[in-house]
Design a protein around this ligand. Structure first.
Ligand SMILES: *Cc1c(COP(=O)(O)O)cnc(C)c1O
Length: 375
């Protein structure tokens, strides 16, 4: 089956009672257990709606099994704490989602887990590995600078040294990048973004091989960040249009990145689909599309003034929806990262992050152009 077909036809199951073609929503929090081995319970992540949506995501990522959570951070924090114990060490790419960065900094030390933040480069990761390293954690492309790391090399380091590799694949989506197929052990998503795709659903996902997924599910059943049946269904429904949405969004983003790069008021554009981007070649090798996120800096206009001039495009905290949205990461996604770290990473106070939607590219460019030129 090809990806578009998988989006529609994998995972879910029909309603046997009415022969309705959509997966029914199983609302029970109590299931009978006599005369059966089944022990269904929402916090065990094993209800029919969990399994229906997990199967679809696994088919799309090429993974064996997975867990759906009530947020992206629930997926990230649960996975890391399932795989790491007191005394262990983690090598973490420094350029990652602000919430993940803050979680590691605030909690690992307290739990006796040591960590080294390294720049976004496979060589730097290898050099930071110690005899205690159990996890290598990366994100590619990154939020918000769209940095790209060579995932085959990261996976190879992990396999050679017996270390689990984990990626936050939110920005790429399973349509544009399948890290599990490149050898990465665990693939995470904030499903709140592209998987949900309509800015109305909070969820997170972890997919992996069978054994690792079982470890994550066990820890998850203790932490309890399970996704309810209604949201599982909404996520399953959203995934049916994932390929369609992401392909259009990616195409729109490429057009907008090209427009911005040529505009005289724009100082810099970060998009892995531009030849000027340092990760262009690696992205071309490991991604089937360059994604629909980009960031840029203006020469004179302040970020806040630019955002206020926009009409169609709204300034919002989230991303990945069908509507185009924008934000300034310094006061939003990376607010919890210290000013000093932001400066080192290159997240300037004037950086703008654009999440490109499925609108007509002409309308989007017209809105951006009038805001740049103040017409
Ligand atoms: C939003 C986001 C998260 C966190 O997800 P939530 O669903 O908000 O908890 C993690 N990683 C990336 C890359 C994100 O964009």
């Amino acid at each position: 089956m090809n990806t578009d077909t998988k989006c529609i036809h994998t995972g879910g199951f029909p309603d046997t009672q009415t022969r309705g073609i959509n997966t029914p929503i199983f609302t029970s929090s109590a299931y009978e257990y006599l005369d059966t081995d089944a022990r269904l319970y929402q916090r065990y992540f094993n209800t029919p709606n969990h399994e229906a949506v997990v199967k679809k995501i696994c088919e799309l990522e090429g993974a064996e099994d997975g867990v759906v959570f009530s947020s992206g951070m629930a997926a990230i924090s649960t996975t890391l704490l399932a795989l790491l114990s007191s005394g262990d060490h983690a090598v973490v790419q420094d350029e990652i989602y602000g919430g993940s960065h803050a979680f590691i900094e605030e909690h690992f030390k307290r739990l006796g887990i040591s960590f080294t933040f390294v720049r976004m480069d496979a060589q730097a990761i290898e050099e930071a590995v110690t005899s205690k390293t159990r996890v290598i954690y990366v994100e590619s492309p990154t939020n918000p600078l769209l940095g790209v790391i060579d995932l085959r090399r990261v996976a190879e380091i992990g396999k050679r040294k017996g270390i689990l590799t984990v990626i936050d694949n939110t920005f790429a989506t399973p349509i544009n990048q399948n890290p599990f197929r490149l050898g990465i052990d665990v693939v995470l998503h904030s499903g709140t973004k592209y998987l949900g795709g309509h800015s109305d659903l909070y969820c997170g996902v972890a997919v992996a091989g069978k054994d690792i997924a079982a470890r994550i599910r066990k820890t998850a059943s203790h932490f309890g960040g399970s996704l309810n049946a209604m949201s599982c269904y909404l996520l399953e429904r959203s995934l049916k249009t994932l390929a369609l949405r992401v392909e259009r969004q990616t195409q729109n983003a490429l057009g907008i990145a090209g427009f911005l790069e040529k505009h005289s008021t724009v100082a810099k554009v970060n998009y892995p689909g531009l030849e000027s981007h340092p990760g262009y070649k690696i992205a071309g090798r490991q991604m089937s599309g360059y994604g629909a996120m980009l960031s840029f800096e203006l020469k004179d206009l302040r970020a806040i003034d630019f955002m206020k001039r926009l009409g169609l495009i709204k300034a919002t905290l989230s991303l990945g929806g069908v509507e185009t949205t924008i934000c300034d990461p310094a006061t939003t996604s990376h607010q919890k990262v210290s000013g000093e770290v932001r400066k080192r990473l290159g997240i300037s106070d004037n950086l703008l992050r654009l999440s490109v939607g499925i609108e007509s590219p002409e309308d989007l460019i017209a809105d951006i152009q009038q805001a740049l030129e103040g017409k």
